[in-house]
Write a protein that binds this ligand. Structure first.
Ligand code: DGL
Length: 309
């Protein structure tokens, strides 16, 4: 029924419900940014599991348990209409299992952008940086198998980099931007990968296979030079989310057809963390120019995930 003809301006719950987005920490904010751009009329609930981060070096059982607990919480306490797992590591470990457990919930995962990288690389040498959990997963091996015919992938697990980015965001901006742990780790890992550039045999493309790494873009850019393309997954994930919501008939209406109270106001965006609130506020301000008032402590039980579950 067109909203303008409705006596009561209340929309069906599936339209009004928020989209859940989660990551081990602040990395998924890069995906949230793309989602807000693609779907400006939607409500979002973002959960940063910073109290249990990083996921990348914790092992599958831990990551699966956390992903399950968070998905359950976002469904039960926030009534989400779709879930974006804005974390490559959690997607690799748990997306298939979660699909089987929550068959009615549109579920969108992220994975390293090997396909677009292999299609656009001119030198046909592509660097890939991601967490240890992601690069050692079966999903990643399958991706490499699917797209390895077009380009050679040079893969590096980056222990500690996501954590350094989290801590660096909380710290005051350094006087010397090259004297950070994030910069040191970027130098180490890109150095281990080999030679970047546009000459034959060099890697002309670097896939950012962890949602945190886009926040080290300035460091990576200055280390690799302007000709190397950095590829992340925010925009394609946002487009896929739109497609799935449209297919389910759950897209929020455009403003013209939407009652005013349903599109504006503080409930439009809620950011929560299981870790440091100051860190989330600082990340939201620094990377997304959002006010600290969008952020709050997560309203979910703080129990650590059982390693064996
Ligand atoms: N941001 C996450 C990813 O995309 C993981 C970072 C971590 O917690 O290790 O893989």
């Amino acid at each position: 029924m067109p909203a303008s003809l409705s006596a009561s301006p209340v929309l069906p719950p599936s339209f009004q419900a928020p989209i859940g987005v989660f990551d081990s920490g602040i990395g998924g904010l890069s995906v949230l940014q793309a989602l807000r751009h693609e779907l400006p009329h939607e409500r979002f609930v973002y959960l940063a599991d910073s109290g249990n981060a990083p996921y990348g070096e914790r092992g599958d059982a831990f990551v699966i348990a956390r992903t399950r607990a968070i998905a359950r919480h976002l469904v039960q306490a926030h009534g989400i209409k779709a879930l974006v797992i804005a974390c490559n590591t959690a997607t690799a470990a748990a997306v298939e299992l979660l699909r089987a457990e929550l068959p009615d919930l549109p579920l969108i995962g992220v994975e390293p952008a090997l396909k677009p990288a292999s299609l656009s690389s001119q030198t046909r040498h592509v660097g890939v940086i991601a967490t240890r959990g992601t690069v050692s997963s079966q999903r990643f091996a399958r991706l490499v198998g699917e797209h390895g015919g077009r380009a050679q992938f040079h893969v590096q697990a980056c222990d500690g980099l996501a954590r350094a980015i989290e801590l660096g965001t909380e710290a005051p901006l350094p006087a010397d931007p090259t004297a950070t742990e994030t910069r040191a780790l970027c130098t180490l890992y890109t150095g281990l990968l080999g030679s970047f550039g546009v000459k034959t045999g060099q890697m002309d493309t670097l896939v950012l296979g962890c949602t945190h790494y886009i926040f080290a873009k300035d460091d990576l850019r200055s280390l690799l030079g302007p000709e190397v393309q950095l590829i992340d997954t925010g925009a394609p994930v946002a487009r896929q989310t739109r497609r799935l919501l449209a297919a389910a008939g759950h897209l929020a209406p455009e403003p013209a057809a939407t009652p005013e109270h349903a599109v504006a106001g503080p409930t439009q965006l809620q950011l929560m963390t299981t870790g440091s609130l100051a860190a989330l506020q600082s990340a939201a301000q620094r990377w997304l120019q959002l006010p600290a008032t969008c952020c709050q402590q997560a309203d979910m039980p703080q129990q650590p995930a059982a390693a064996h579950s």
